[in-house]
Structures are given as structure tokens and as C-alpha cells.
Design a protein around this ligand. Structure first.
Ligand code: IDP
Length: 157
């Protein structure tokens, strides 16, 4: 029997601006992900810095924060067997230019622009997924995320 795993996916401001949000969600569903919850929001500078705290001090950090606060984004809770790894596989390499060379049908190749503006985010581990889901969906109780009730709870959103 397969186990549902959850991951946090973002459709970043470049892809939202380009009007590709719906298409990306459809591709996610066609790839077997359940869209368990979604919301659109705009990050403040403080929240973007918190989300990407591990990159603080790197040369690309200010540009990354500027980009992530440049417009609305979509946050999604995606459910699937092996969701963390599968979503990162669907997104492809971090840099959209590299992605176009190596994996032309991945999301970052199709919808991203460069090393920073790369259309999507996905958690890099199950632990990150739990933390990032709580970051964007604090109203979803962790207890409600397990068991058969989980989908119903999310879909009330
Ligand atoms: P990931 O999003 O593929 O997990 P991370 O290394 O966690 O990649 O980087 C977070 C985000 O920071 C990337 O998605 C991208 O937007 C940006 N970024 C990462 N590395 C670079 C870089 O070398 N130059 C510019 N932006 C970068």
C-alpha cells in the first residue's frame, strides 16, 4: 500500500506574473500530486528572509529576497507517494538555464528565467516539508495531517 507524503510547493512570483499558476497546478495533478491546500499571498521582506534563512550572507541572498517579495506567489501542500523527491524531480535543476539543457520538460526549464527566478520551490526533505508547511499554513494542525481525515481537513481550506 502506498503512503501519502506531503511537500510544500511554491509557484514563485515570476511564474505567477507570467500567468502560469494554473498550468503548473494542472501539471502537478497530472503528475499524480493531490493539491491538498493552496493559498496566494505576498511575502514581506522579513518573512522572505526567514524562509530562506539558510542562505543569509550568500551573494545571491538580497536578489533572492527581492525576487520573492516582488509579487504574489502560490503556496501549495502537495500530497503523493514520495512527494518530496517527486516534486523536486518535476521541478528540475535549481538554475532554469541549466534545467533547459538537462531536463527540458521540467517546471524550471519551462517556466523559469535564470538562477534566481526559477518559477517553483519544493521542500528538500520531509523535515523541511513539515517546517515549510507550518510556515505557510499555520492554521493546519499537524495532528490533522495524518490518517484518512487529512485530505478532508485540507480541502476545507
Ligand atoms: P532549491 O530551490 O533548488 O532547493 P537552494 O539552493 O535551496 O535551491 O536555493 C534557494 C533558491 O535561491 C533557489 O531556488 C534560487 O531561487 C536561489 N538561488 C540558489 N542558488 C543561487 C545562485 O547561485 N544564484 C542565484 N540564485 C540562487
Amino acid at each position: 500500500m502506498s503512503t501519502l507524503e506531503r511537500t510544500l510547493g511554491l509557484i514563485k512570483p515570476d511564474a505567477v506574473r507570467a500567468g502560469k499558476s494554473r498550468e503548473i497546478m494542472q501539471l502537478a495533478e497530472l503528475s499524480g500530486f493531490q493539491l491538498l491546500a493552496k493559498k496566494t499571498l505576498q511575502l514581506s521582506q522579513e518573512r522572505a528572509e526567514e524562509f530562506y534563512a539558510e542562505h543569509q550572507g550568500k551573494p545571491f541572498f538580497p536578489g533572492l529576497v527581492g525576487f520573492m517579495t516582488s509579487g504574489p506567489l502560490y503556496a501549495m501542500v502537495l500530497g503523493r507517494e514520495d512527494a518530496v523527491k517527486s516534486w523536486r524531480g518535476l521541478m528540475g535543476p535549481t538554475n532554469s538555464l541549466t534545467a533547459r539543457e538537462q531536463q527540458p520538460t521540467c517546471l524550471r526549464a519551462l517556466y523559469g528565467t535564470n538562477g534566481t527566478q526559477n518559477a517553483t520551490h519544493g521542500s528538500d526533505s520531509s523535515a523541511s516539508a513539515n517546517r515549510e508547511i507550518a510556515f505557510f499554513f499555520p492554521e493546519l494542525q499537524p495532528d490533522a495531517l495524518e490518517g484518512p481525515e487529512a485530505t478532508a481537513t485540507y480541502l476545507q481550506e
